[in-house]
Design a protein around this ligand. Structure first.
Ligand code: 9MR
Length: 547
């Protein structure tokens, strides 16, 4: 069996252009590139790569980078197989960036989603009762107004640590990528004089601020349904009571980090809001210092996910970094410099996620102008991390900058792949060296179809794409009157853990890349989440800039 896996969205004229051929052949083979009319416009020979660990397949690389002519409907032909059609063009990634960001409006809680703004996705406001929510057993004897925010994923829970890393990444893109301040996202707030990306992120920031308890300054870890609901359940029809879970040190530091970051970014548009954000960030940091070991328990999995984390050294580092970058104050500089994480290599198999935030701190310290002593060393550490991911990518026949230990792919692996590319992109920003830029672009190929499944993991992008992501309201697979997820929605991706029954029944014994199924019930391989769409938007913004 043979096949040619390509980026189904397409390649930038000046970017790298490679494909992966699956074949039994061990010797080099001829390949042809045909244009939209079927005319052969380039030829060459494949490079045999042996057995790819991530898929178990015998593969070759096809490099057609010398062809720079734009067009649509290109195909690659080798070993009797023809690839899916693809484009070559400069403007391929602007739409992906916009759609990946428009995704967030449809995740909003506590507000009607307007049909005129999102045709096919209009729905009544969900969870208006979140304005008066009791603290569950052990959480405290009070009620809070925790309305708004984004639903985390296919469930309707709202979790501070995951909302936090998502906000951080979207604001990081806003601060360090170009063009996002002018992007229109078709929101109710559009046209109010504030960039739409900041309008969208504020919906979540306001929710995060409401999760902070008074007077302690500590932040509730999460709020969600008392019991899990079934699929489909539209947000406004959720029958379950909602509950807050106890405060945690991780959530408190998370709010501190992103409120501090947001304070410097929103100041230009709303100084009062910036003051409020900064005050909340300071209060939270102090509260965490006096309550350093309140951990969200791993067992808290009824009605919502646990998002447990019992190592918060990285969250302390991250909050101190953002407070320092915003205020320049000595106390926060001291905390950054004293952190045990400041001088260690924080770029592991994957760079960061909701639980591991040290690399987020490092990336922001490297890019945001400041007077931090030893800044050159900070930047060098990011470049060293990028070199590591680049080496992994270069050894990988599908050009994935992610090779988890033992080939055991993580839950949400597509976000790990993308976040490692963010490190390459920051290295490009710091050095201007083309190999980092090319690494980012080639890394995106995997997400958009150059993979063992020949599948684009982004709904609406490519010829064959994921569209049955686990969701209670984009549940078209279960009820044809409901929509698929909106275009620009990323699927979680291969997960060797196979925690759900569909994955267990269909994927047991599969190798790495094959641990994925586009079925709505496969919540461990095929969910959609806010924190996975954020890196997609970040990387798409980078690719759009280059186009
Ligand atoms: O993305 C989370 C992943 O890193 C964890 O391993 C997993 C189990 O704790 O939970 C994932 O987060 C889920 C959350 O708990 C509830 N909403 C959906 C999230 C994505 O599946």
């Amino acid at each position: 069996m043979s096949g040619v896996a390509i980026n189904q969205v397409g390649y930038l004229p000046s970017g790298p252009k490679r494909a992966t051929l699956v074949t039994d052949a061990t010797e080099a083979l001829p390949w042809q590139l045909a244009d939209g009319t079927g005319r052969v416009v380039a030829t060459g020979t494949t490079e045999p790569r042996g057995t790819d660990v991530s898929s178990g397949q015998n593969v070759h690389t096809i490099d057609f980078g010398t062809h720079q002519q734009a067009g649509t409907g290109f195909t690659l032909i080798a070993d009797g197989a023809t690839s899916r059609p693809f484009a070559i063009g400069a403007d391929l990634y602007g739409p992906l960036c916009a759609d990946a960001l428009k995704f967030f409006y449809c995740q909003r809680s506590g507000i009607e989603i307007r049909e005129d703004l999102r045709p096919g996705y209009g729905r009544p406001a969900g969870h208006l009762g979140d304005r008066d929510v009791p603290c569950g057993a052990g959480a405290g004897d009070y009620r809070l107004d925790v309305r708004g925010g984004w639903y985390d994923a296919g469930d309707q829970g709202k979790y501070v640590v995951n909302g936090g890393i998502t906000v951080w990444q979207l604001l990081h893109a806003f601060e360090h990528r170009r063009g996002l301040d002018e992007l229109t996202l078709d929101l109710p707030e559009s046209g109010n004089g504030v960039p739409d990306l900041l309008n969208e992120v504020r919906w979540e920031l306001d929710f995060l601020l409401r999760m902070q308890a008074v007077p302690s300054g500590l932040v509730h870890h999460k709020m969600h349904d008392r019991e899990w609901t079934g699929l489909p359940t539209l947000p406004h029809l959720d029958p379950q009571p909602r509950e807050l879970r106890p405060v945690s040190t991780a959530a408190t530091l998370n709010l501190s980090a992103v409120a501090a970051q947001a304070a410097r970014i929103y100041r230009k548009y709303d100084a009062d809001y910036a003051d409020r954000l900064l005050a909340a960030a300071r209060t939270a940091y102090t509260a965490a210092e006096t309550n350093p070991i309140r951990y969200a328990p791993v067992e808290d999995t009824v009605g919502g996910g646990p998002y447990n984390d019992d190592d918060v050294r990285d969250e302390f580092y991250w909050a101190a970094a953002e407070l320092f970058l915003t205020t320049g104050e000595q106390q926060y500089a001291d905390a950054v410099l004293a952190s045990p994480l400041h001088t260690v290599d924080v770029f592991g198999p994957y760079a960061f996620d909701w639980a591991a935030t040290a690399a987020a701190a490092r990336l922001d310290l490297a890019l945001t102008p400041s007077e931090l002593p030893g800044l050159a060393g900070v930047r060098a550490s990011v470049i060293a991390g990028a070199d590591k991911y680049l080496a992994i990518q270069q050894a990988h026949p599908y050009a994935v900058a992610y090779a988890p230990p033992g080939n055991r792919w993580d839950w949400g692996s597509n976000s790990m792949v993308l976040n490692n590319l963010v490190v390459l992109a920051v290295a490009y920003d710091l050095t201007g060296e083309t190999r980092y830029r090319d690494g980012v672009l080639e890394g995106l190929d995997y997400i958009l179809g150059r993979n063992a499944l020949n599948l684009s993991y982004v709904t609406g992008y490519g010829t064959d794409y994921a569209k049955n992501q686990h969701s209670r309201w984009y549940a078209h697979q279960l009820d044809p009157t409901l929509p698929h997820p909106p275009k620009g929605t990323l699927a979680g991706g291969p997960n060797s853990g196979l925690q759900d029954e569909v994955a267990q029944a269909r994927l047991t014994g599969q190798v790495g890349q094959f641990c994925y199924v586009d079925d709505i019930h496969s919540w461990s391989t095929n969910e959609l989440t806010i924190n996975w769409n954020a890196p997609l938007a970040w990387i798409a913004a980078f690719a759009a800039e280059l186009g």
